[in-house]
Design a protein around this ligand. Structure first.
Ligand SMILES: [Zn+2]
Length: 497
């Protein structure tokens, strides 16, 4: 036990109240810190785990918080999840574990929460020996990438268990550092308007690949892009056949860097043969993938990614039912949770999306009202939804040709300025192909989704002080080191004068 903690606590700690928990944080800057922006993440995790327990006959949960820091999650889980068998709050840093012990006393949850000081991967691997030691829920909430913890987490989870994973390395996953993305996740990212959904799909692909090597498979229940990070909830099951079949949910995208059209390519598909279901490799490209079909741009390869479903709609229904029984006293971020879960529920299962302003700027045309565009797609007998990832998104099961044909018809109504029509511009290449379909732009009464009609909090602007926070110590050390280095350099320069 750290002797410091027996002294007057107010001189050492700040006390924060969140949900039903009170939590001490070190006063010293860059020690284990409190990030209020993550309250949404914690509220959502509590709601998802309560729902998970409810749909499994009020199963008592054995939970691991693998990278617990102050233990704020574990305190809240102990106080706010209805069916708890045990919570193990682990951290590599003894100071953090001492703080967890203090927080356990403060919240009177000593009987539910155990603390542990170990490397998370060693702990999870050692707990993977038998069913009893494994966990129903494992929460990975690292600073930055969860990549190093995925393998051991997959091993330490019970069949049917729930993995909760945060990734804050949004830059890497969204295409700034495709090479780093490849080393962490075995997949290449790309900066495109749909990069936030691509990031979720890269993460899911990586989780699936770890699961598959242990003959396990994943079922994503909720995969969200939130502010500056990603949060994924997946069920992990044992099953060799299903693990093999997961190849059906893995593929690539060929993305045009000029007009942002994307072309999906899977490894294969499952076909029924003589009463059995059989997977056939069919990686023949359905397109001429040298050039973009729309603008003749040179395509870029992204992936491999998860092309299967991002969410389980039935689970989301249960989750929304649960949230309806709660108030903003229970969860400060309740309205946002309901808004975002409704968006996820309404989302089409078709991968990726376009951004309306973006495709209109490709066409150099006036941007139609969202409802006009949505109605036009629906009038062509295709479905359309928003993506929870982006405000102005168009997610559709219409092929990209149809979408571009709609815009070509739109510019017939709203002509583009003459100067963009010259042969040196991309638009000339796009307009070379005549639209094949007629388009009805009349507004439909059913073009507005329920979440919008009901005025839910659908897209919350990030708060002004948003950001993942700094990794404790590291940043201060780095700053100190670089300050010292600068001073040394300055001396060398002065001596040389
Ligand atoms: Zn293109």
């Amino acid at each position: 036990m750290n002797p410091e903690v027996n002294e007057d606590k107010s001189s050492l700690y700040n006390k924060v109240v969140e949900g039903k928990a009170q939590v001490y944080f070190h006063k010293t800057k860059n020690e284990v810190f409190y990030n209020p922006i993550q309250e949404f993440n914690r509220d959502l995790s509590i709601s998802v785990m309560n729902t998970y327990s409810n749909v499994n006959n009020n199963k008592k949960l054995k939970i691991l918080e693998a990278l617990a820091a102050s233990g704020i999650r574990s305190m809240r889980y102990a106080l706010e999840i209805e069916n708890i068998e045990e919570i193990l709050a682990n951290d590599f840093d003894q100071k953090a574990v001492d703080l967890i012990e203090e927080n356990k006393k403060l919240n009177k949850v000593e009987s539910l929460v155990k603390s542990n000081c170990d490397d998370a991967t060693l702990l999870m691997n050692s707990m993977s020996r038998n069913w009893k030691s494994k966990f129903d829920c494992i929460d990975l909430d690292p600073y930055g990438t969860p990549a190093a913890f995925l393998d051991s987490a997959i091993r330490a989870i019970r069949s049917g268990g729930l993995l909760l994973i945060t990734a804050t390395d949004a830059g890497v996953l969204c295409g700034n550092g495709a090479d780093t993305c490849f080393t962490k996740y075995g997949s290449v990212s790309l900066r495109t308007p749909a990069c936030h959904e691509l990031a979720l799909r890269i993460l899911l692909q990586s989780i699936n690949s770890h699961a598959a090597r242990y003959s396990k498979y994943i079922v994503p229940v909720l995969s969200l892009s939130i502010d500056f990070y990603f949060r994924i909830f997946v069920l992990v099951y044992d099953g060799q056949m299903k693990a093999k079949e997961s190849i059906n949910d893995i593929g690539f995208f060929h993305v045009c860097p000029e007009c942002h059209t994307f072309y999906q390519q899977n490894y294969g598909k499952t076909v029924p043969t003589r009463g059995n279901v059989k997977f056939v490799f069919d990686s023949t490209s359905p397109y001429d993938l040298n050039k973009c079909q729309n603008c003749e741009g040179t395509l870029k390869l992204v992936g491999p990614v998860w092309t299967g479903k991002l969410h389980d709609k039935i689970f989301i229904q249960h989750l929304l039912k649960y949230l309806n029984t709660k108030t903003t006293d229970d969860f400060k971020t309740r309205e946002r949770m309901i808004g975002m879960c409704n968006l996820a529920y309404e989302e089409l299962d078709n991968p990726l999306y376009y951004i309306l302003d973006d495709i209109c700027s490709v066409m150099h045309c006036e941007t139609p009202n969202h409802n006009v565009m949505r109605s036009a797609i629906m009038n062509c007998n295709y479905q359309v939804s928003y993506s929870h990832c982006a405000k102005n998104s168009i997610k559709t099961n219409a092929p990209s040709e149809v979408l571009w044909d709609i815009l070509k018809r739109w510019v017939e109504l709203k002509p583009v300025k003459e100067k963009w029509m010259g042969p040196e511009y991309r638009l000339a290449r796009i307009l070379k192909t005549q639209p094949k379909i007629q388009v009805d732009f009349s507004i439909r009464s059913d073009c507005t989704p329920e979440s919008k009609k009901n005025n839910l909090l659908r897209y919350q602007e990030p708060p002004p002080f948003w950001g993942p926070g700094s990794k404790p110590k590291r940043k201060a050390e780095d700053e100190e080191n670089s300050k010292q280095q600068n001073e040394k350099n300055q001396k060398v320069i002065e001596e040389l004068k």
